[in-house]
Design a protein around this ligand. Structure first.
Ligand SMILES: CC(C)=CCC/C(C)=C/CC/C(C)=C/C=C/C(C)=C/C=C/C=C(C)/C=C/C=C(C)/C=C/C=C(C)/C=C/CC(C)(C)O
Ligand SMILES: C[S@@+](CC[C@H](N)C(=O)[O-])C[C@H]1O[C@@H](n2cnc3c(N)ncnc32)[C@H](O)[C@@H]1O
Length: 374
């Protein structure tokens, strides 16, 4: 049941917020604010932010066109003029010029002093970020599901393009799907792994079990960083088989065990002292999330640790963006929930965990991290 706060109950900060909102909403105040240097700066900043929000879809499509045409790779080594780039991306000169001007507007490319084109900051990052690039490409299906967001909120269909794309979420994945989606998972995982392992070094543990470990990128990086760490990976049988084949002859094979099974139905291996759920919990609604946590708790000995690393909601500006993106993304996927650390603590507590802690990550837009002990 929702309760409406009466003005007399509102805290001072709530009342200031209400007063502030009335001022900002008033066109006469906004006109006056433009005349005062400091207020003008804030006004312009807010206007630009609201414009970026309003233009979000257009910006995403400019980005998608650059990625699909491989524009950033063409600019990686040397600046080029419009005609040379038009030939590279196989567009008429005028169309290439439009694309470049649009890309310049959103920080993807920039002009050199002699009028040619080079990479701007975002474009430079994207030349070496296959994970982000793959996510930009796969947005087509998600955006089609979100084309009518109110309809999706009111009357979500049982199946969407996004839910079919990530078919493993329901626990049904065939051998042929296993390799394909694990590949997208793998290349999109690098930044998450770094955030998690920088914020939570594994030197205090003997044996790491990555639950829902996909193709094994997390255990691979952890194993390389901590040479005496024993490693295990647990995932659906088809995915586990893909991981086994990838890692069978690698340098870690002597200390890695791969287990196939479902964390919703099967018992988990018991020999680890650190269990990890990396980008797993947010795939699942609360009931399933609680089952996963309970299965891990059941497998653990007293004192063992669970770490949970995934994009999390929160107060940092990156975490706020994560909340908006993944809340709607997961609605399109028809499963899961973007949670704040407190939401995860509540589930952990219900599953019997204690000593719950949030660990600060350096880039909350990439991942948040919490840990708990049995
Ligand atoms: C050198 C001099 C003189 C000055 C430099 C000045 C300076 C420090 C500039 C900064 C440059 C710099 C270092 C920039 C770094 C930028 C970085 C690290 C950007 C990172 C961006 C990350 C992004 C955009 C991540 C996007 C991730 C997405 C969209 C992930 C989507 C994931 C999905 C949909 C997962 C689905 C899985 C499922 C199904 C839910 O389980
Ligand atoms: C979003 S992916 C994350 C993979 C990897 N941890 C990463 O960050 O790239 C979720 C993983 O959970 C696995 N998974 C989903 N349902 C599962 C289940 N019922 N039992 C075991 N693993 C499952 C998927 O196969 C997939 O590898």
């Amino acid at each position: 049941m929702s309760r409406k706060a009466t003005p007399s109950r509102a805290s001072l900060s709530d009342r200031i917020r209400t007063w502030r909102n009335r001022m900002i909403a008033d066109p006469a105040f906004r006109r006056r604010a433009r005349n005062w240097p400091i207020l003008r700066r804030i006004t312009n900043k807010r206007a630009n932010e609201l414009f970026a929000l309003t233009a979000g879809f257009v910006n995403s499509q400019v980005l998608l066109a650059c990625v699909e045409l491989d524009l950033f790779a063409a600019l990686e080594d040397d600046p080029k003029d419009t005609a040379a780039l038009a030939r590279h991306v196989r567009l008429p000169g005028d169309a290439a010029d439009r694309l470049l001007r649009a890309a310049e507007g959103i920080g993807l490319v920039a002009r050199t002093s002699d009028g040619r084109w080079t990479l701007d900051d975002h474009g430079a990052v994207l030349t070496q970020s296959p994970g982000i690039t793959a996510m930009i490409r796969h947005h087509g299906a998600v955006y089609r599901d979100l084309a009518d967001p109110v309809a999706l909120l009111r009357d979500p269909p049982a199946e969407t393009e996004t839910s079919r794309f990530w078919s493993y979420v329901g626990g049904t994945v065939g051998a042929e799907d296993g390799a394909a989606y694990s590949e997208l998972m793998r290349i999109s995982q690098d930044m998450v792994i770094e955030e998690v392992l920088d914020a939570y070094p594994m030197d205090r543990h003997r044996h790491l079990l990555d639950v829902g470990g996909g193709s094994g990128a997390f255990v691979t990086v952890a194993g390389n960083r901590w040479p005496s760490l024993e490693l295990s990976l647990f995932d659906l049988p088809a995915v586990a088989e893909t991981a086994r084949q990838r890692l069978a002859n690698g340098p870690l094979s002597g200390r890695l065990t791969v287990h196939g099974g479902s964390f919703l139905d099967d018992a988990l291996p018991r020999d680890a002292d650190c269990y990890a759920l990396i980008r797993v919990l947010y795939d699942h609604d609360d009931a399933a999330a609680l089952r996963i946590l309970s299965a891990i708790h059941e497998a653990m000995e007293d004192g063992d640790t669970l770490i949970i690393g995934e994009p999390m909601a929160g107060d940092a500006s990156g975490a706020r963006q994560v909340a908006a993106y993944f809340t709607f993304y997961l609605m399109a996927m028809r499963s899961g929930r973007c949670r704040a650390p407190d939401d995860i603590f509540a589930l952990l507590q219900a599953a019997g965990f204690r000593h719950m802690r949030q660990h600060r990550t350096r880039m909350p837009v990439v991942a948040g991290l919490v840990s708990a002990r049995k």
